[in-house]
Design a protein around this ligand. Structure first.
Ligand SMILES: O=c1ccn([C@@H]2O[C@H](COP(=O)(O)O)[C@@H](O)[C@H]2O)c(=O)[nH]1
Ligand SMILES: O=P(O)(O)OP(=O)(O)O
Ligand SMILES: [Mg+2]
Length: 212
């Protein structure tokens, strides 16, 4: 039987402080980009807590000793384009050898349904830990479709990492994919009539890339 995933809010004081910075409508593109990456890096520390280790013999200047090192195949970071791209460099600061796959999606403004337009993944997904990243989990449609796309290609060990989650999105994602772990820096209040998270931080893709 597949394991039951968890939902966890990573509310470390530094994460909360930085999230408040990017929520501010006066935070410009440059600072927004930088702080999104800083939060992603802090979150990666917690998200990677259960990565498997193996014994490894190392010779120190004093003696030989058996210690631990990361085991298994390299982690894959999968940003949901565009907004997820903003979290990749921060995670790579902590896990520099990670591979990066991409899932391109946009949300229809009226129906709020996602459309997939690009998927490119590294090989051997079945034996890798996969971190899907998107700053915003709103209705959950994009996240669900991204997990579908990865499972279709053999992925098993999947975690979804976002900055701001709406209760509606958390429920939808966990109902559709109960086996994956979901991490957020904040569980916000609700979605508005346009599918934006309240209080949220606006459109993450536009704020990251300076578009409208
Ligand atoms: O407040 C918001 C809400 C959504 N987004 C963007 O939409 C998708 C996620 O939306 P779902 O409804 O969960 O599919 C996400 O990729 C963001 O790019 C946003 O920026 N701000
Ligand atoms: O989910 P969307 O439509 O906001 O896509 P993007 O992240 O490219 O702004
Ligand atoms: Mg957007």
């Amino acid at each position: 039987m597949a394991k039951l995933g968890k939902f966890e809010v990573l509310d470390h004081p530094l994460i909360q402080h930085k999230l408040t910075i990017i929520r501010n409508e006066n935070c410009g593109t440059r600072e927004f980009r930088q702080v999104v990456n800083e939060i992603a890096e802090l979150m990666a520390y917690e998200v990677s807590r259960d990565m498997p280790l193996e014994d490894y013999e190392v010779k120190t200047p004093i003696t030989k000793t058996v210690q631990k090192r990361l085991a298994g195949k390299k982690v894959v970071i999968v940003p949901i384009l565009r907004a997820g791209l903003g979290m990749v460099d921060g995670i790579l600061e902590l896990i520099p050898a990670a591979k990066v796959g991409h899932v391109g999606m946009y949300r229809d403004e009226k129906t709020l349904k996602p459309t997939e337009y690009f998927v490119k993944m590294p090989d051997n997904l079945a034996s890798r830990d996969i971190f899907i990243v998107d700053p915003m989990l709103a209705t959950g449609g994009s996240a669900i479709m991204a997990v579908d796309a990865l499972k279709k290609r053999g992925a098993v060990n999947i975690k979804f990492v976002c900055l701001v989650a709406a209760p509606e999105g958390v429920k939808a994602l966990r109902d559709a994919h109960p086996d994956i772990d979901v991490f957020a820096a904040s569980l916000d209040d609700h979605l508005d009539e346009n599918g934006y998270i309240v209080p949220g931080l606006g459109d993450a893709g536009d704020r990251l890339f300076g578009t409208k």
